[in-house]
Design a protein around this ligand. Structure first.
Ligand code: AKG
Length: 293
């Protein structure tokens, strides 16, 4: 079965009782806005065109609740070992030594959606966690940014999959995106003036570039997934809830993309081919650390 058919079969099975209304309902961040967009599902038929037009895709049903509960337990153990600070925006590239992260990053249900959008050849660039914790002393947030700004990629193309370990919603600081903003190209980033920005070098897009009135809340149930384009403007506000919001983010690239400069933390990614071919041999140095299912 082709990847698209596999995704379709899964999507149809998992949403058989849900009326599909198309891709999503646009929603703004105004305080009086009803915040739930959970009934609208991304559709595999339009995955690629929606992603290319809007720069994101959400929500996708991937892991049933019982399965995600098991993954969450493993995640909780890992987070307990490393602490809040390291898991707030961190635990990078642990798919190389933590098997459940590898399993999630290479699960065929995830890769089938990636393939539907990006094509059959898929490389993992990086993985990391974004966990927002309640009652921290500083209000942590993710400033508006474009992912590929400091990644040193040529061409500057990447897709991020945000896998919801916990429910992520307006109250606990889910991601916000500006639909279509990836089409603007790269804009300047400066150092954020407001303390608490958890991004690697405290970067943010200056206010004048960001039309917050068109922001869309990417609300996800645990086990759902969203995609965002490497040039999409996105951010996350501080949590206003007593619930944690934790997402595992996997960065995928096509094999024609190469890292030509160090990323913002001065390093080079250890890329690994997880589906298809690396015809130019740019990413075949690192071997899959665990079996590919
Ligand atoms: O998870 C978040 O809160 C933000 C995610 C993000 O900024 C990213 O994936 O680059």
């Amino acid at each position: 079965m082709e990847a698209t058919e596999r995704v379709q079969a899964h999507a149809v099975a998992s949403i058989s009782l849900v009326v599909r209304k198309g891709f999503f309902v646009r929603k703004t961040m105004s305080a009086d806005t009803e915040s739930s967009n959970k009934k609208d599902r991304a559709t595999v038929e339009h995955a690629r065109s929606d992603y290319e037009r809007e720069g994101f895709l959400a929500p996708m049903d991937v892991f049933p609740a019982a399965e995600m509960n098991e993954y969450r337990e493993q995640c909780n153990e890992l987070v307990a070992q490393v602490g809040h600070e390291a898991s707030r925006d961190g635990l990078n590239a642990r798919h190389f030594d933590v098997e459940f992260i590898w399993e999630l990053a290479t699960d065929s249900r995830v890769l089938d959606w990636v393939e539907a959008v990006m094509g059959p050849d898929i490389v993992i660039l990086d993985s990391l966690f974004f966990c927002q914790y309640p009652s921290s002393e500083v209000e942590h947030y993710v400033a508006w940014h474009q992912d590929v700004t400091y990644w040193g990629l040529e061409p500057a193309e990447a897709l991020s999959a945000w896998i919801a370990i916990d429910d992520a919603d307006a109250e606990n600081g889910c991601m916000e995106v500006i639909p279509g903003s990836h089409q603007v190209g790269m804009v300047p980033h400066v150092t954020a003036a407001t303390p608490g920005n958890i991004l690697s070098v405290g970067q943010e897009i200056p206010d004048e570039y960001v039309d917050r009135s068109s922001a869309f809340l990417v609300e996800l149930d645990a086990g759902q997934m969203s995609f965002h384009h490497g040039k999409l403007f996105h951010s996350s506000p501080p949590t206003r809830s007593d619930r944690r919001s934790c997402g595992l983010v996997i960065r995928y690239i096509s094999p024609h993309v190469k890292q030509v400069e160090p990323h913002s933390l001065e390093g080079f990614y250890r890329t690994v081919l997880v589906r298809g071919d690396d015809t130019n041999g740019l990413h075949s140095v690192h071997h899959p650390p665990f079996l590919l299912t």
